[in-house]
Write a protein that binds this ligand. Structure first.
Ligand SMILES: [Zn+2]
Length: 141
């Protein structure tokens, strides 16, 4: 697979990571399994072991889910005559589904952000300072 050009901005890097793509080349999947990133991109050779996403992705997933679900729960309570056990089961299922669905995109975005900004294990070669893939300015040699 031919790698895409490196991202031109933090936003572009985060969007690639959130889509589960390698933030550097938009090629190989960033994740080996659901929340486990690959050690190295098979397309561009970028080493992804330097990330330290920790609790930030769940925090993002919870914040987004809370802001989406709160108005839905309030609206269901105000404008429907749904029994509370049914409403609770429905809201719980929607909340859990949304949080679990947002975890991988949030983690991909956080890893991309850390890489772009040179945080944690990416301090030696921040993404924003790397040249095109395959050049001596890149860290894939
Ligand atoms: Zn790559």
């Amino acid at each position: 697979m031919t790698p895409a050009a490196p991202p031109q901005s933090l936003f572009q890097a985060i969007m690639r990571g959130a889509r589960g793509q390698c933030p550097r080349c938009a090629g190989q999947s960033l994740f080996a399994r659901w929340l486990r990133p690959v050690e190295q991109c098979a397309t561009c050779g970028q080493d992804w072991r330097g990330h330290s996403a920790d609790d930030f992705p769940p925090y993002i997933a919870i914040i987004i889910t809370g802001h989406v679900m709160a108005p839905i729960i309030i609206a269901l309570g105000l404008y429907t005559s749904m029994d509370w056990p049914v409403m609770m089961a429905l809201c719980l299922a929607m909340t859990v589904t949304m949080v679990l669905g947002l975890l991988q995109p949030a983690k991909g975005g956080v890893i991309a952000m850390q890489w772009w900004l040179g945080m944690h294990g990416f301090a030696r070669a921040p993404g924003r300072l790397l040249g095109p893939i395959g050049t001596s300015k890149g860290n894939d040699t």
